[in-house]
Design a protein. Structure first.
Length: 279
């Protein structure tokens, strides 16, 4: 992988990480177009650019993260029973609990099915099918009009977490799937983009840690034989800057309810990918 290919793939990763079009699917398509299909090249690069997009989340949502951390350890008077303890939590602690609950499904998938899912990332056919599924889900959530809820509940957080676990499949957009699921549950769109972006930080960092352990166990130097440090730096910077832009844009788009345009885009790219895979 050359540095210019890494730069372009980094931009692609950063832009699509937050837009509901599947960053993993686009990274697979982009890598295939450049003729990069070696997992030993793709894995370390994917780890680096995913960490870069996490940093972009921290930058764009730093006020929300600071609010969350500030109130996390500000406990009210404790009550003796479980129900009372839940009611004694402040807003920040309830928010953190929702994020924790949403992590359960992706944690199970990451521990038990990570290797099996990674084998699908080289399949253009799977990417095309999942992009079409993303388009259908976005379309359904756009036209559905459930009763609006005031807050994201623990049950909602778990169901949104299940959708995030399903979005491990390449081509099934994580942000699109989680936001669409929340909309179908009746959660307010003003809250969903922020929650969707914050809930992904721990899983991505956890996945990156597992990948780093895997890279080290396979031999650190051997894992980076096929990609230069300059390519990794170019990819990281490109993913970080484009991720900052996409994160900010996506929050505004969700508030305005413009997800139907991404459904059309996913349908077009998904169909084109299916045709390409069958040629």
């Amino acid at each position: 992988m050359s540095w210019i290919e890494a730069l372009l793939l980094g931009i692609l990763q950063g832009l699509t990480e937050y837009l509901p079009v599947s960053s993993s699917g686009h990274l697979t398509i982009g890598s295939a177009l450049f003729g990069i299909t070696d997992p030993e090249t793709i894995l370390p690069f994917a780890v680096v650019v995913h960490i870069a997009t996490v940093f972009s989340t921290l930058v764009i949502l730093w006020k929300e993260i600071a609010w969350l951390l500030k109130g996390l350890f500000n406990f009210k008077n404790e009550r003796s029973n479980y129900k009372g303890a839940l009611h004694s939590l402040n807003d920040e602690q309830n928010y953190a609990l929702n994020i924790l609950i949403s992590m359960i499904p992706i944690g199970i998938v990451g521990i038990f099915f990570k290797d099996a899912i990674e084998t699908l990332f080289s399949s253009i056919l799977v990417v095309g099918i999942c992009l079409i599924l993303t388009a259908l889900l976005l379309t359904f959530s756009y036209y559905a009009k459930p009763r609006q809820k005031q807050h994201i509940t623990l049950c909602d957080a778990f169901i949104i977490g299940l959708s995030q676990a399903l979005a491990c499949l390449p081509g099934l957009s994580r942000s699109g799937t989680t936001i669409a699921t929340g909309l179908l549950l009746g959660d307010r769109k003003e809250q969903l983009a922020q929650f969707s972006f914050l809930m992904v930080i721990p899983p991505i960092l956890g996945e990156a840690l597992l990948d780093v352990i895997k890279i080290i166990s396979n031999g650190f130097s051997a894992s980076f034989n096929n990609i230069s440090i300059y390519a990794l730096i170019a990819g990281f910077i490109a993913a970080f800057l484009s991720g900052c832009l996409a994160c900010k844009v996506m929050i505004n788009l969700v508030k305005k309810g413009k997800l139907i345009y991404f459904a059309i885009y996913c349908a077009i790219v998904g169909i084109a990918t299916l045709v390409f895979s069958l040629i």
